[in-house]
Design a protein around this ligand. Sequence first.
Ligand code: ZN
Length: 55
Amino acid sequence: MDTQCVSCSDTLHIPQDSYQGEIVNCPGCATELEIHSTDPLQLAIAPEPEEDWGE
Ligand SMILES: [Zn+2]
């Protein structure tokens, strides 16, 4: 499956066996993208992991 990075519009190759919720890294801009849906393929920028040491 091919799609475009939502950040830099680079072409991304998503493996056929990818699953919803998987995180992929764009090779172009290193943005972490979360697979929101595999059919149709939809990606969204993954939320930044917040370091939450406070609690
Ligand atoms: Zn990108």
